[in-house]
Write a protein that binds this ligand. Structure first.
Ligand code: FAD
Length: 512
């Protein structure tokens, strides 16, 4: 059966399961990023003359992971006179956490793989936070923060199986393709072009000229199960499928970490992940906590202008609706490139080009509050990450998975969906109930009792969540156009968005 046929079946089953249950008794609404605040910058608009002028040595515009990492690096260099100006009420950007009826849950990013040897800055952070330490000459991670088993499962052919690579009924030709893909990944790994954080970008250009799907075709890797799995991985990592992202991006997750392990291969144990009930919001909170009131939420940066005497940063205070001006010696622009290109006066051409060229993936994250854990289809028990084969979404993680209390009680599932660029308008136009009904329809297939346990759904929308690494984007990626007063720091400057890149870029900007 080909992928589209399977998708149609799952979608059909989902519609059947979901057609009755529009769910009027399930409360909820939108949560997370404020689209209205972000869209203040969309059209040309005259802002009032700033009513107040304030001063700091350094202004950091944007308190996502890159901005927070920059602040930490400043403090390491004993620069304490700085502020972070953040559009949302709290810091963290795509890595914020939230809670639903008192249960912590992610609003966006939810895990960090145990960093490899190249990610020195991230290792250093994890040591500082007490998550990683040397015991008898070996590095160990705090068990409480490593993802507990079982880690992943896939709903496939009416049962839950362990891991996300489809296995049930996999014939010899499917298994042979799994083995061949593993060999291709191994070959790509040789030579060290794939690293996290990316330090050898130029060497990835060899894989930047075609889509991952075209690369797979060329290598005669056409098995539907393998292709579904790899497409899923691309959507999960980049918010766009294998027919959209460049070949390097499709290989990157495997080739920059521990390779791809076909069933039964040596070293095939799951990669260790760090995760928390509130996802990477835990890391964001840990970074923000020592900064105190230097993190200023509800501040929409409208203009950043380099002047002879310093940098002027004009912000709209969302509560008072007053425009204020900060004057600083330096500014770290930790904003997405398309925002930075709008607010930086006389934006340098590399920034304008990156802002204009980058294609962003929209994302939707829905948190579902349940009175008790769901009953299950046969097979593998509930894992941290639970994916339905052939569905348009990316499945759900269980926010209470890391709890040490074995007594089952209320829980929260966090459902992820990268609906594609064409669906961006849906994020603006559709009511929250559209996403609620979509989640219910999809998850009612493996969980027929979902409706009876569901009490509340909170939907977070990200219109421009992360850059899509389309073919050619990496080759055209400029280095940040830093000047003595302006430094640029955001995951967009890596060409793809993960914690390690955002953190390292921010750390380096703060260190400069
Ligand atoms: C749904 C989702 C799931 C993800 N899952 C993972 C994961 O599991 N693991 C992982 O490693 N990565 C994940 N990511 C990638 C994530 O983007 C990065 O890990 C990281 O959080 C990016 O940080 P950043 O600082 O580069 O960007 P951002 O998070 O975009 O930070 C930019 C900040 O600037 C602020 N801002 C924007 N405009 C203005 C303005 N005009 N004025 C003031 N402030 C402004 C924003 O509000 C934001 O706080 C996920 C992303 C999404 C969207």
């Amino acid at each position: 059966m080909n992928i589209s046929r399977r998708s149609a079946l799952v979608a059909g089953a989902a519609t059947l399961a979901g057609c009755a249950p529009t769910a009027p008794d399930v409360s909820g609404g939108f949560a997370g990023a404020s689209l209205a605040r972000g869209h203040l910058l969309r059209g040309p608009r005259e802002w009032p003359i700033p009513a107040v002028s304030r001063q700091a040595d350094v202004v950091i515009a944007g308190a996502g992971i890159a901005g927070l990492a920059a602040a930490r690096a400043l403090r390491q260099r004993r620069v304490e006179d700085f502020v972070l100006l953040e559009l949302e009420d709290t810091a963290g950007g795509n890595s914020r956490g939230g809670e639903l009826k008192g249960i912590a849950c992610p609003l966006g990013a939810h895990y960090l793989p145990v960093p490899g040897e190249g990610a020195r800055e991230v290792q250093d952070l994890l040591e500082e936070l007490g998550l990683r330490r040397r015991v008898n000459g070996r590095w160990q991670y705090d068990e409480r923060h490593l993802c507990h088993a079982p880690q992943e499962r896939l709903y496939y052919q009416g049962e839950w199986q362990e891991g996300l690579l489809p296995l049930a009924g996999a014939g010899a030709s499917t298994l042979a393709q799994y083995v061949r893909f593993a060999r291709e990944v191994e070959q790509a790994r040789q030579g060290g072009a794939f690293q996290i954080p990316e330090r050898a970008r130029a060497r990835l250009r060899a894989w930047d000229g075609e889509t991952f799907a075209a690369w797979l075709e060329r290598h005669e890797l056409t098995d539907p199960q393998l292709r579904w799995y790899l497409d899923y991985c691309c959507r999960d990592d980049f918010g766009a499928g294998s027919a959209t992202v460049a070949a390097w991006a499709g290989l990157h997750y495997f080739a920059s970490r521990h390779g791809f392990h076909p069933p039964g291969a040596e070293g095939g144990e799951r990669e260790a992940l760090l995760t928390w009930p509130q996802g990477n919001g835990w890391l964001a909170q840990a970074l923000a906590a020592p900064l105190g009131d230097r993190v200023r939420g509800g501040q929409v940066v409208l203009r950043i202008a380099e002047q002879a005497h310093g940098v002027e940063v004009d912000v709209l205070d969302a509560r008072s609706q007053r425009v204020e001006r900060w004057v600083a010696q330096r500014c770290i622009v930790a904003l997405p490139a398309f925002v930075a290109a709008r607010v930086v006066e006389n934006a340098p051409s590399p920034l304008r080009a990156l802002g204009a060229r980058t294609r962003y993936a929209p994302w939707v994250v829905a948190n579902l509050h349940l009175t008790s854990p769901l009953a299950d289809a046969p097979g593998m028990p509930t894992a941290w990450d639970n994916v339905v084969y052939g569905s348009d979404s990316l499945g759900y993680v269980v926010a209470t998975h890391q709890n040490l209390n074995p007594a089952p009680g209320p829980t929260v599932l966090t459902w992820y969906c990268a609906p594609g660029e064409a669906a961006r308008a849906d994020l603006l136009q559709q009511p929250w109930t559209y996403w609620r009904d979509r989640v219910i329809a999809e998850l009612s297939v493996p969980h027929s009792d979902l409706r009876s346990r569901l009490t509340q759904v909170e939907v977070a929308r990200y219109g421009h969540a992360m850059p899509i690494p389309v073919p050619g984007a990496l080759s055209a990626l400029p280095p940040p156009p830093d000047t003595p007063r302006l430094q640029y720091a955001h995951g967009d400057w890596a060409g793809y968005s993960i914690f390690e890149e955002a953190f390292t870029i921010g750390h380096r900007a703060g260190s400069r």
